[in-house]
Each structure stands twice: as structure tokens, then as C-alpha cells.
Design a protein around this ligand. Structure first.
Ligand code: ZN
Length: 130
């Protein structure tokens, strides 16, 4: 995709999700994240279990859109305290899930434990560095 097409696609997303524009810079970051394929699903078979994560500026964050929950510090400090409504990772997920832009990787159920371990190692690494 060239730069023009990219700009056009972003503009289209911006129009389509205009109702999220009130989130300001978070909305812009969410768009960037979606455009770069940062919203990921690890899908496990045969259980059908899914883990979601979003690659942001500080690394990969684990999200649970059904709660909603995000492992980023912004969510922990500002969203759970009610100062802010959401973080850009969860916004990114909202956009990606409604536009089919989630990057899905298939795994076998047997790999679940290993993946969780690797995953949380990464998340805690990020938390201790920030
Ligand atoms: Zn977040």
C-alpha cells in the first residue's frame, strides 16, 4: 500500500468511526495501531478460545474486550480510577473488530500454557520498565 492509499484508508476509518473522535489523540493512536496491524488475536483450536493483544508504543498489551480490561499503565491508573473512559488499545480493538482488521494467528490448545507464560513475561517486563 502506498502512502496515498494509506492516507485514504485512514480517512475512511476516521469517517466511519467519527463517534469515537471525542477520544482525541487516543483515537488517532488507535487508528495508527489498527493500520499497522497491531491488533492481534491468538486463536486456539479445538477449544475456540481466543486471546487478544495490541502492540502499542511500549510493547504488547493484553486486552480483554469483554470486561473491558487492558494491561497498559494508562488503563490501570486512569481508566480504573474513572479519570478516563478507555485507552487507545481498547479503542483500536473496537475499530479492528468492526473492520475485519484483526491479525489472527492459529494455535493448538496444547500451546496455550506456553503462550500465556511468554505473554505475561512480556507484559510484566513492560510494566517494570515503565
Ligand atoms: Zn491500554
Amino acid at each position: 500500500m502506498n502512502q496515498e492509499e494509506r492516507a485514504a484508508e485512514k480517512e475512511e476509518l476516521r469517517r466511519r468511526f467519527a463517534s469515537l473522535a471525542r477520544h482525541g489523540s487516543k483515537f488517532e493512536k488507535a487508528l495508527e495501531t489498527v493500520m499497522s496491524g497491531g491488533v492481534k488475536e491468538s486463536h486456539f483450536s479445538p477449544s475456540g478460545r481466543a486471546l487478544y493483544s495490541v502492540v502499542g508504543t511500549l510493547g504488547e498489551e493484553f486486552i480483554d474486550p469483554s470486561k473491558p480490561y487492558c494491561s497498559c499503565s494508562n488503563f490501570y491508573f486512569r481508566v480504573t480510577s474513572g479519570k478516563e473512559e478507555t485507552c487507545y488499545h481498547l479503542l483500536g480493538f473496537q475499530i479492528a473488530s468492526r473492520t475485519g482488521k484483526i491479525d489472527i494467528t492459529e494455535f493448538d490448545d496444547e500451546e496455550f500454557g506456553q503462550l500465556i507464560k511468554a505473554f505475561f513475561g512480556d507484559v510484566f517486563g513492560v510494566v517494570s520498565r515503565s
